[in-house]
Design a protein around this ligand. Structure first.
Ligand code: TTP
Ligand code: MG
Length: 349
């Protein structure tokens, strides 16, 4: 289950005067000079090409008459909490994967289909469909929001199916339909295929669709992509054995900031990144977590983005993190290029 245009849908619901207009939630556009990014946009605004992570200034250029609203994280979190409460009782297990997305396992009565990783029998798909319809109805009634649901034999297929017919979609992919469902999709529909992998696949083998990807042998993919190659080989065939994990694991805690103006004053940059690190440590302490790995992210004025990371043998104290942060940051300073954004991330718990 994945909510539709989540932050923007909540804003549309709570501000009926905007509902049918393009809504963009994100940084302040400041008349086109704003420097942050778009969190999300409703489907009206998406018609103009506005989407998550686009610079807010570009969004402004694409549709200056859109309603631009700031991110009200607390309110969205409350709605999210209630939606997860609605869903949870419908399944044996639930795994929340982001503020607006969760997997629900409804397969206890299924059996393993020999020679596959599939667990659901055909009848359980009818039950799953009924559950999905009820979930959609409840969310619509209680939160006046729509979601899209995908039903499949594993997380991989369910996730791709959930995005198949957005918004307000319901897509069921039974085991015997999996390959036919996946094959025509572009490779970037697969989790873990970002712009880099996509480019390599296209340049090396003219691979565009999942059907094309299946023409590559496991060896070819491992030779080219390492461990990720084996994963690609597997998911191109719809195979995924990852269990539904009830407790959502926090994998990392990070913060980033875009400067009001591009800067090259090292003192200000260091001060800013230390402040981010301090905030990240407040959050870490809240979860009672400590990590061994620190990542520093630097984006230059031209959007060229770098990250550099290092792991210690022991957990990072705030003090050690600051030292390591400086070490990772220094090579990016005084390169004659102004800096637009810095970020830090602690992981390796
Ligand atoms: P998504 O589910 O990726 O997007 P969405 O719900 O807005 O739209 P869709 O209908 O395509 O699912 O993300 C959920 C929320 O997370 C989104 O509403 C805003 C936030 N978000 C960001 O703040 N930045 C991002 O880059 C992305 C992808 C999401
Ligand atoms: Mg969503």
């Amino acid at each position: 289950m994945d909510m539709d245009a989540f932050f923007a849908a909540i804003e549309g619901r709570d501000n009926p005067q905007f509902r049918s207009l393009p809504i963009v939630v994100g940084a302040d556009p400041k008349g086109g000079r704003g420097r942050g990014v778009v969190s999300t946009a409703n489907y009206e605004a998406r018609k103009y090409g506005i989407k998550s992570a686009l610079p807010i200034s570009v969004a402004w250029r694409l549709c200056p008459t859109a309603i631009f609203l700031p991110v009200d994280g607390k309110r969205y979190q409350r709605v999210s909490g209630h939606i997860m409460e609605i869903i949870r009782p419908f399944g044996e297990k639930m795994e929340q994967v982001s503020i607006d997305e969760a997997y629900l396992q409804v397969s206890g009565f299924g059996h393993r289909v020999p020679g596959t990783s599939y667990r659901l029998s055909v009848d359980s798909y009818r039950i799953a469909e009924e559950i999905a319809k009820q979930i959609k109805k409840r969310i619509k009634k209680e939160e006046r929001l729509t979601c899209s649901i995908g039903i499949g034999p594993n997380k991989l297929v369910a996730k791709i199916a959930s995005g198949h017919r957005k918004p307000d979609g319901l897509t069921i992919v039974e085991p015997r339909k999996v390959q036919g469902f996946l094959d025509p999709k572009p490779v970037e529909a697969l989790p873990g295929v970002g712009p880099k992998t996509k480019a390599v696949l296209e340049n090396k083998w003219e691979t565009k669709t999942i059907a094309d990807l299946r023409k590559r042998t496991k060896e070819e993919l491992i030779n080219t992509f390492g461990k990720n190659g084996a994963w690609l080989w597997q998911i191109a065939r719809g195979i995924d054995d990852r269990p539904i994990k009830e407790e959502r694991e926090i994998k990392s805690v990070g913060r980033q900031t875009t400067f009001e103006e591009d800067i090259n004053d090292s003192r200000i940059i260091v001060k800013a990144i230390f402040k981010l690190l301090e905030e990240a440590f407040v959050e870490l302490r809240g979860y009672n977590l400590a990590g061994k790995t620190l990542t520093v992210i630097v984006r230059y004025a031209g959007f060229e983005t770098h990250s550099s990371q290092e792991s210690l043998k022991e957990n990072l104290s705030e003090e050690k993190a600051k030292k390591l942060c400086l070490k990772l940051l220094l090579p990016y300073l005084d390169r004659g290029q102004k800096i637009r954004l810095v970020g830090v991330r602690v992981s390796g718990f």
